[in-house]
Write a protein that binds this ligand. Structure first.
Ligand SMILES: [Zn+2]
Length: 242
């Protein structure tokens, strides 16, 4: 599997927010502004047919508005694939709002959105299967909000994306299962909203066979990487998991 990092930063920096592309066809999160960075990461709109949303903060879902505009208005409709969007319970409501922002009431009907977008709300940890992939969702906490981490398995390897979550035993299960793991490491210490460097290092040292890449880092960490004994994911780069 190959992961192209369109963006992995917080909304408090001028770097791209959360968006990852797996094997050129699956997006994990689509944060506000990230579609403007598709070219840098070599991601093509029309090849995307699935989007997995971790949670409903703007830096993880806000880019869906631009994504739909681009997909509908500028893509070759004949080549456009149907799109399935997965996310926590409440996804339908959030997408209704984002579709409204994208097209207003007047234009929505022009694009047959109901015909080409399938929406799947996830409320348990049952595995999903499609093509060569098995996807395991993990139900996590991000302050008051639900966050879903996704672990994608193909050819015996697992790559995972945490979204924003605090540390708990469910995160341990998720992190242990991933050969390559994009794991939140927001600041120095874990808070009710985010895993921090303290628990990130603990996980990294516990499961040494796996590779953990720090995402969603504040500038204090990201701009001082030599002070921290971890690997940081980089916007615009791609990572292999084979
Ligand atoms: Zn968040």
């Amino acid at each position: 599997m190959e992961v192209k990092v369109v963006g992995c930063s917080t909304s408090w920096t001028n770097r791209p927010t959360s968006c990852y592309c797996l094997d050129d066809k699956i997006l994990i999160d689509c944060g506000e502004g990230t579609t403007k960075h598709f070219d840098v990461a070599k991601v093509d709109f029309v090849s995307i047919n699935k989007i997995f949303i971790t949670h409903f903060h703007n830096d993880h879902i806000g880019g869906i508005t631009e994504f739909l505009c681009h997909h509908c208005q500028y893509s070759d409709v004949a080549k456009r694939k149907s799109l399935t969007i997965y996310g926590p319970v409440g996804l339908n409501k959030h997408l209704d709002m984002l579709k409204y922002f994208a097209f207003g009431e007047e234009e929505q009907a022009d694009y047959n959105l109901e015909d080409y977008i399938n929406i799947v709300e996830i409320d348990n940890e049952s595995e999903l299967e499609f093509g060569d992939y098995v996807v395991k969702p993990y139900l996590l906490r991000h302050g008051k909000m639900r966050d879903i981490a996704y672990a994608f398995k193909r050819d015996g390897k697992v790559v995972g994306f945490s979204g924003d979550c605090t540390y708990d035993s469910n995160v341990e299960r998720f992190a242990e299962s991933c050969n390559l793991c994009f794991l939140v490491c927001c600041s120095e210490k874990t808070t009710p909203n985010h895993i921090g460097y303290d628990n990130f290092v603990q996980i990294k040292n516990k499961y040494k066979q796996n590779r953990y890449l720090a995402i969603h880092c504040v500038d204090r960490l990201y701009l001082n990487q030599d002070k921290f004994d971890i690997e940081f994911a980089e916007n615009g780069k791609s990572y292999e998991c084979r």
